[in-house]
Design a binder for this molecule. Structure first.
Ligand code: DSN
Length: 427
């Protein structure tokens, strides 16, 4: 092959280089446009965030930190990462930020590496009561390296019982307490957690992956004044790129940074860091606060409408962006309900509920959330319509035909709230 052909081949668009992958990406674009995304950890990142994430920065290695790199050519990398760090600190009022973790789990493991030795004790929330697998599940690295004791929620109220946590902490005497999870629908006040941690001299880690957007907007209490370390993903309610950040007090900064690199990771994804900087800038704008308020208003409207139509919710409602539907009083499992909803064009994930009699693969719950539909511009009245469809779609009697009809109605609603109208990977 002559050089000109080689170069011409390099510059061909995706749709020509790999039509198969282009078709698949476009297929999911259409799915995201035509279906109702109710998974509370998913969202639509803005075109600005997508542009930074898909930029040429993905080509650059930049091991180390601004001003202390192991590679040359990092002039712009230093500026971009410094910007992301300063914006993260400003947005959350934190003393130090590390913006390099590739994921929320990496951010948590880096925190453990920074603060703990193998065998040290942790107290965290049970996964099947709303925690997260990186908080100490037996098969996760945290469960294998550390001695973890779990708290859960009260069987009657569905809420965390702080007296139970304090008692467990007194008995287990952990070096680290983790507050936060992935399926807890209620507000967390972080101040009493600091007191509980201080009662045994433990570190406090707040994992705010799910509620980060609301914390940034000031409509959920912030853990920053109370926790030694705060971790969060940036792609859920915060609506940025995939990946995570760690906030901490200045005195822990060096330990956290060394744990992320070189402790756990090599080269940071500079494209993701640039996209994170964009996301933090977006989160500082007044419209972001309005967006977060609407997420919560929509969640409350959806929760209310589901309960009025006879569905039971763990803790009887929600204060944030998600709710847990308890299907134990019905014949249907979470898995079957989620599959029926998918047939109807409504994407929601099955989830264990506290004290779930079914396995984590089958479950008795659903975990709907409103960040993505709120990004599309939907409001309370659409939530009532969505609740109607959910209740109909999960019933056996609705049948395939009924679910096809709902899917068409869902598609028509989605058309009224367009998302990424300019995108087309087949061009
Ligand atoms: N998978 C995420 C969620 O859905 O909550 C947590 O990592």
């Amino acid at each position: 092959m002559v050089a000109e052909e080689f170069e011409a081949a390099f510059h061909r668009p995706l749709s020509e280089v790999d039509p198969e992958v282009a078709r698949l990406i476009n297929g999911d674009l259409r799915r995201q446009q035509e279906q109702l995304v109710l998974i509370p950890s998913e969202n639509y990142a803005s075109p600005a965030v997508l542009a930074a994430f898909g930029s040429v920065l993905q080509n650059k290695y930049a091991e180390g930190y601004p001003g202390r790199r192991y590679y040359n050519g990092c002039e712009f990398m230093d500026a971009i990462e410094s910007l992301a760090i300063e914006r993260a600190k400003q947005l959350f009022g934190a003393e130090h930020a590390n913006v390099q973790p590739h994921s929320g789990s990496q951010a948590n493991v880096a925190t453990f590496l920074a603060l703990l030795e193998p065998g040290d004790r942790i107290v965290a929330m049970r996964l099947d009561h709303g925690g997260h697998l990186s908080h100490g599940l037996a098969t996760n690295i945290a469960g294998r390296l550390y001695d973890v004791a779990f708290y859960g929620v009260d069987r009657e109220t569905g809420r965390i019982d702080l007296d139970e946590v304090a008692d467990l902490v007194r008995r287990h005497r952990p070096k680290l307490i983790i507050v936060g999870g992935s399926a807890y629908p209620r507000t967390i006040d972080f101040a009493p957690w600091r007191e509980i941690a201080d009662s045994v001299g433990a570190y406090l880690l707040a994992d705010i992956a799910h509620i980060a957007g609301m914390v940034a907007a000031g409509i959920h209490p912030s853990p920053v004044p109370y926790a030694d370390v705060v971790t969060m993903t940036t792609h859920k309610t915060l609506r940025g790129p995939r990946g995570a950040i760690i906030l901490c007090r200045q005195e822990l900064a060096e330990r956290i940074d060394r744990a992320v690199f070189p402790g756990l990771q090599g080269g940071p994804f500079m494209n993701a860091i640039a996209a994170r900087a964009v996301c933090f800038r977006e989160a500082m704008q007044p419209e972001f606060k309005a967006y977060q308020r609407q997420i919560v208003a929509n969640a409350k409207a959806l929760a209310q409408a589901l309960m009025e139509r006879g569905l039971k919710l763990v803790s009887g409602g929600t204060d944030n962006h998600l709710m847990l539907v308890d299907l134990t009083d019905r014949k249907i499992s979470g898995r079957l309900a989620a599959d029926r909803l998918e047939e109807a064009g409504i994407i929601v994930n099955r989830n264990t509920i506290p004290y779930d009699p079914r396995s984590p693969f089958v479950t008795s719950g659903l975990r709907p959330g409103t960040p993505a539909v709120t990004t599309r511009g939907m409001r309370e009245s659409e939530m009532v319509q969505i609740a109607d469809w959910i209740v109909q779609a999960i019933q056996k009697k609705t049948g395939e035909e009924g679910r096809r009809r709902i899917r068409e109605e869902v598609r028509r609603l989605c058309e009224k709230f367009p998302i990424y109208p300019e995108l087309d990977y087949l061009r």
